[in-house]
Design a protein around this ligand. Structure first.
Ligand code: CA
Length: 222
C-alpha cells in the first residue's frame, strides 16, 4: 500500500518514511501543501498523512481541496497544534483522524491500520491466488499454509501483482505503483526483485504462479 506524507520538517518526514517503509508501505514525501495536493491528485495513494502547518498551502486547505475534488482517500492529520478547534476544523473539512505531535510511533501505525481497514472494508484485506494467500493488514504471506518471509519491497511488489492477478503488469506500471515517484526506472531493479520473489514463492513448487510475458512485463496467474 502506498502512503503520501505531506510534512515540511525534513527530520520528521524522514523518520515517518523510514518507519512506514519498515512496515512494508511505499512512501512518498511532499515538503509543502501545494506539492502534496499535486501528488495526491495525480497519483494513486491509499492514505495521506497531512501536517497542518505547511508552506505555500496549509494542511486544512489541502484537505478541503482534495474533498472538493472528490478524492475519498483516507486522511490522517498530523499536527503540533493541539487546540480542539484545529482538530474539529480538520475533521469537519473531511479528514478521517488526527494525531498530535509528538506521538508514539506504535499509535501512529495503529491509526493508519485502522483507516486502511475501514477503507478496505468493502474490498478484501486478503488477496488469494491458487494456494498463495496474502494478508495485507498483518503483512504476512502464505503458500500452501506455510508462511513465507518477504522484505517490505518484495511484499509491495507481490501485492501489486496479486491485485492485478490474471492481467499483465508492465515494468512501467510496477515502477509507478511499487517504487517511489523519483525512482530511476532505467535500472533492472524490477527484474531483480521479480527473481527474488520467484525464489521465495515459486521455487520448489510444481505450479508456478509468476509468469514472464515476453517484451511486455509480468503476470501472476494459475
Ligand atoms: Ca509543519
Amino acid at each position: 500500500m502506498r502512503i503520501l506524507v505531506v510534512e515540511d520538517e525534513e527530520k520528521i518526514a524522514n523518520f515517518i518514511k523510514r518507519g512506514l517503509k519498515e512496515e512494508g508501505y511505499v512512501v512518498d514525501i511532499a515538503g509543502d501543501g501545494e506539492e502534496g495536493l499535486y501528488l495526491a491528485l495525480n497519483h494513486s495513494f491509499d492514505l495521506i498523512v497531512l501536517d497542518l502547518m505547511l508552506p505555500i498551502k496549509d494542511g486544512l486547505t489541502v484537505c478541503a481541496e482534495l474533498r472538493e475534488k472528490g478524492k475519498n482517500i483516507p486522511i490522517l492529520i498530523l499536527t503540533a497544534k493541539n487546540s480542539t478547534q484545529d482538530k474539529v476544523s480538520g475533521l469537519d473539512l473531511g479528514a478521517n483522524d488526527y494525531i498530535t505531535k509528538p506521538f508514539a510511533f506504535e499509535e501512529f501505525l495503529a491509526r493508519i491500520r485502522a483507516l486502511l481497514r475501514n477503507k478496505n472494508n468493502s474490498e478484501s484485506t486478503r488477496l488469494k491466488i491458487h494456494d498463495l494467500d496474502m494478508d495485507l493488514l498483518a503483512h504476512k504471506v502464505y503458500r500452501g499454509g506455510k508462511e513465507i518471509a518477504l522484505t517490505s519491497k518484495e511484499f509491495s511488489l507481490l501485492e501489486y501483482l496479486m491485485r492485478n492477478k490474471g492481467s499483465i503488469v508492465t515494468r512501467t506500471m510496477i515502477t509507478e505503483h511499487v517504487w517511489e515517484i523519483n525512482f530511476d526506472s532505467f535500472t533492472n531493479v524490477i527484474d531483480v526483485y521479480i527473481n527474488y520473489l520467484r525464489n521465495k514463492i515459486d521455487k520448489g513448487y510444481d505450479k508456478k504462479l509468476i509468469h514472464t510475458v515476453r517484451s511486455r512485463g509480468y503476470s501472476i496467474k494459475e
